[in-house]
Design a protein around this ligand. Structure first.
Ligand SMILES: C[S@@+](CC[C@H](N)C(=O)[O-])C[C@H]1O[C@@H](n2cnc3c(N)ncnc32)[C@H](O)[C@@H]1O
Length: 274
């Protein structure tokens, strides 16, 4: 699949795009100024923004962190393989765009469980160069299936950058997200990296958290489990967090463009597997 890859035909599993209920992937696309959203997504964004005006800035800060983290991994650490789980709808500055600039030979596997994202997966093609992208429709709660499928494109004998950005808070405690992350990290060799962003329960007031949960329950099919810093840090167990450690994204290696100085309610970190 060199130079772009063949994406899975949808066949009889043609995605059913229910536009009457808000979707996180489309909400995120709307917040980032994209075009792939419907009235239900915009209404959900409006409700969230009414209780917390910093929602669009939070989406932007998450996306900016993705760019800085992938530039660091591909550019400074020389990684040429990425497993990006919870990909979202393609938007400028996607993982393959950033990685391929630094490493034209990079191999990127995208994973998302949302049919909306699958419908747009063609936009993840690598384009020119020797790089490869692949798209897998799978659920983070089945890490074994993800590893099996990603192994068709990635060489797990060489370091991989595992990206879990804005997705772990979509996995409830009942699904044991720490076991899921450990399963994925265990499959990667020394010199691999894990990057995480996660909504922080200790970065918002309990009242705001309760109101956000209620709006999400009413207007989308999803759930969010926000977690305190210590719980997020546990995802990095056995790994070495790179400087500046687990911080709010605006403090993680800010670049010259400056970015937001708003108080972003996310925890963000990158760690190396020794
Ligand atoms: C907020 S977007 C994050 C996009 C991208 N990672 C970024 O940081 O810019 C979250 C994505 O995670 C996906 N997602 C949520 N739960 C998932 C699961 N259990 N398995 C796979 N993907 C999931 C959603 O469909 C959505 O596209």
């Amino acid at each position: 699949m060199t130079g772009g890859g063949e994406f899975p035909a949808t066949g009889n599993d043609e995605p059913v795009l229910d536009t009457s209920v808000a979707h996180h992937a489309r909400l995120y696309n709307y917040l980032l100024g994209g075009k792939d959203h419907y009235a239900a997504d915009r209404a959900y964004a409006k409700s969230l923004t009414a209780i917390y005006p910093g929602v669009p800035a939070t989406a932007r800060a998450n996306r900016d962190f993705l760019g800085r983290a992938v530039r660091f991994l591909a550019g400074e650490e020389g990684l040429s393989q990425f497993l990006d789980i919870g990909t979202g709808i393609p938007a400028p500055g996607s993982t393959h765009e950033v990685a391929l600039k630094a490493r034209p030979d990079a191999r990127i596997v995208y994973v998302d469980n949302d049919p909306v994202v699958l419908a747009h997966a063609h936009a993840f093609r690598a384009g020119r160069g020797s790089g490869t992208t692949d798209y897998v429709m799978a659920d983070l709660r089945d890490p074994e299936a993800i590893l099996r499928r990603a192994g068709q494109t990635l060489d797990f004998g060489k370091p991989v950058g595992l990206l879990l950005l804005g997705v772990l808070h979509a996995v409830g405690d009942d699904d044991n997200p720490h076991r899921i992350v450990a399963t994925l990290v265990d499959a990667l060799p020394s010199g691999s990296y894990l990057a995480v962003t996660h909504a922080g329960s200790d970065l918002v007031t309990p009242e705001l958290e309760a109101r956000g949960t209620e709006v999400t329950r009413r207007q989308s099919r999803h759930q969010y489990t926000v977690r305190p810093r210590a719980e997020v840090e546990r995802f990095f167990r056995g790994l070495d967090l790179v400087e500046p450690g687990l911080v709010q994204p605006q403090y993680w290696r800010p670049d010259r463009q400056g970015g937001s100085d708003q108080d972003i309610p996310l925890w963000a970190g990158v760690a190396r597997k020794p």
